[in-house]
Design a protein around this ligand. Sequence first.
Ligand code: SF4
Length: 278
Amino acid sequence: MTQKVRCGLCPRHCNLAEGAIGVCKGRGNQNGQIRDLNYGCITSVALDPIEKKPLYHFYPGSYILSVGSFGCNLKCPFCQNHSISMADKSCEYQKVTPEELVALAIDLKNKEQGNLGIAFTYNEPLISYEFVLDTSIELKKHNLKSVLVTNGGICSDYLEKLLPYVDAMNIDLKGFSQQFYDYVKGDFETVKENIRLAHSQCHVEVTTLIIPTKNDSEEDMHSEAEFLYSISPDIPLHISRFFPRYKEQELYPTPIETIDRLCSIASEYLKFVHRGNC
Ligand code: SF4
């Protein structure tokens, strides 16, 4: 019997037999090695305003080539992009190399709207670790920006190796307790540690999607804003409104008053607090 191999990329540490696929559906054991099975598999592509990531304090007014693949290491029942985040290799995608993607980014830079670089977004980019690293190294050679929109849920030693090639991140801080992270099948401490680490090396903004009855307490927002303040009062925080999606169809959309109340609490600690999806 062949030996299992453990994936060390995220706190789930999947122990995978030959040919098995991890919980994220994007990585697996191929010939005794853990690989990103979604290397260069692009399911979504768009030239988006940078504000849509959301990044409001990183080259505002610019556009960025935004790409997504498939798979995710979290299992949020309210996922806004579940058609790709919960998909596996059987979904539709187009294969590209890092060089081809960067060539497209350069081409767009020279067009009217311009292009900052590439944003890895839509599904969880960090499970495509090798592709994101290779493409980000290529982007640097051409003086283009690498941006990650991520749940921040990978082991910090991996993030440390990637950060020299990353210019900006929007990190989802999904709630402010392990109890909430249990609901999305993630690890709260890892995400907090990675926000601190990322902020020491690149531009970071944080997003929290507020889900009625799940993570909308004033107490949690005090704790979250205090935590971000302890890193820097300059970290922008996006407090976003939830709309029923995926398995969370019974809940109602977040009332605007809740968003306003939580924004006002966060503003006691942080300089830049933005409402999202309002
Ligand atoms: S990245 Fe994927 S395969 Fe690796 S430990 Fe996490 S869920 Fe498992």
